[in-house]
Design a protein around this ligand. Structure first.
Ligand code: TXA
Ligand code: MG
Length: 358
């Protein structure tokens, strides 16, 4: 891990209403970015930690503020297709097709880079990840800066991604120049990443734009990186960030899978044992099951068939259990179709792939 910046800066927090953007405030934030400073801001997926993507020093400062390994590349955020053409060697036809359908929005595409983006931003890689967000504050800020903002999720490395400004302040307060508070995010999981640098486009990180949506748009099956699927796979994930034990809560987290009645019974049984041994436990339940647990702190993630709510609440709940300081967390498992694939990808990573089948 890179040396982490000390908490010695004064971090200004400004609030901006996404429905009525205060351009004077956005311009101040844009100036900070143009001068090489760091500004955290909302996007439709999670909060990002922004720095000028064309400035090597700004990218280095991002790694330091997050305590992130510097071989883990950053995503460059833009607001228009001309900006894309300026920073990549070539835009493949598939990218125009996907951009037409999903940009602006929660999709990141990987291209061969050109010299405009420094290696500090891409973690030494010859490729660059690019996303055009739809969030109005993010867009206004990009336009008020150099037009290219490198932004990883605005958490310290290893913690769950922030879905509201207070999460950012908790992790990065004192380490960055400014936080733009635009309220809670809409999606709550990071963007889908699709690699367009090989013959066949491939999903490197599942997200809100699903495998089915991508395959439909391109008229061909878009595979998921085999390095992501098995915990014990010999294959390394192609997105460097996916190899780290991310999103990790402080407590030991286990996912319990099976019929609802059996899951509830198993969690109750295990919690009884832990509580008898003076341990504190947290349970990630659903609206349907939350009243059936007898021990510990129960938090409902949403109704079982409301995948959007589950996605939006997951990271905040993991953080809440960190704050409560529980020793162990049990989570129910969620359907893997659609955005469920992204939800389970993040939950299993948070659990270090500890799954109890009942
Ligand atoms: O939704 C999002 O994508 C958020 C918001 C802020 O836009 N950003 C985000 O960034 O999740 P970050 O840095 O937390 O995750 C970026 C992921 C990492 O897993 C990284 O390894 C991968 O993208 N990545 C970036 N550039 C890449 C490249 N050239 N090749 C392969 N993977 C890349
Ligand atoms: Mg991240």
């Amino acid at each position: 891990m890179d040396k982490m910046a000390k908490k010695e800066k004064k971090t200004e927090i400004i609030t901006i209403d996404p429905q009525a953007i205060d351009q004077t405030q956005i311009n101040r934030a844009g100036e900070i970015l143009k001068n090489g400073g760091l500004v955290a801001f909302p996007t439709e997926t999670v909060y990002g930690l922004g720095g000028d993507a064309t400035n090597p020093g700004a990218s280095q400062a991002i790694y330091q503020a997050k305590g992130r390994p510097s071989d883990n590349p950053l995503i460059v955020h833009i607001t228009n297709m001309e900006a894309l053409e300026q920073i990549v060697a070539q835009v493949p036809q598939a990218a125009y097709t996907l951009a037409e359908r999903f940009w602006p929005g929660p999709l990141t595409m990987i291209f061969q880079k050109n010299e405009k983006i420094p290696y500090e931003t891409t973690g030494g890689m010859d490729t660059v990840a690019v996303r055009m967000p739809s969030d109005p504050i993010a867009r206004a800020l990009i336009d008020a800066s150099t037009g290219y903002i490198a932004a990883p999720s605005a958490n310290t490395s290893g913690r769950p991604s922030p879905t509201q400004a207070s999460h950012v302040a908790e992790d990065l307060g004192g380490r960055i120049d400014m936080i733009v508070d635009g309220g809670p995010v809409g999606i709550g999981l990071e963007s889908t990443i699709v690699d367009l640098t090989e013959q066949v486009p491939m999903i490197l990180r599942p997200g809100y734009i699903t495998q089915q949506m991508l395959s439909d748009a391109l008229g061909q099956e878009v595979p998921v990186d085999p390095g992501l699927i098995a915990a014990d796979s010999d294959r390394k994930p192609k997105a460097p960030g996916m190899k780290y034990r991310h999103y990790a809560p402080k407590a030991d987290l286990k996912v319990v899978e099976g019929d609802t009645d059996a899951v509830v019974a198993e969690i109750n049984r295990r919690c009884a044992q832990l509580v008898a041994g003076d341990q504190s436990v947290g349970i990630i339940a659903t609206e349907e099951t939350k009243d059936r647990y007898t021990y510990g702190t129960v938090i409902s993630i949403g109704a079982r068939d409301d995948e959007d709510a589950i996605a939006r609440h997951l990271y905040g709940i993991l953080r809440d259990f960190d704050t409560l300081g529980v020793d162990a967390i049990f989570s129910e498992s969620f359907a893997t179709a659609g955005i469920g694939q992204a939800i389970m990808n993040r939950l299993l990573k948070a659990a270090g792939h500890q799954v109890l089948e009942v």
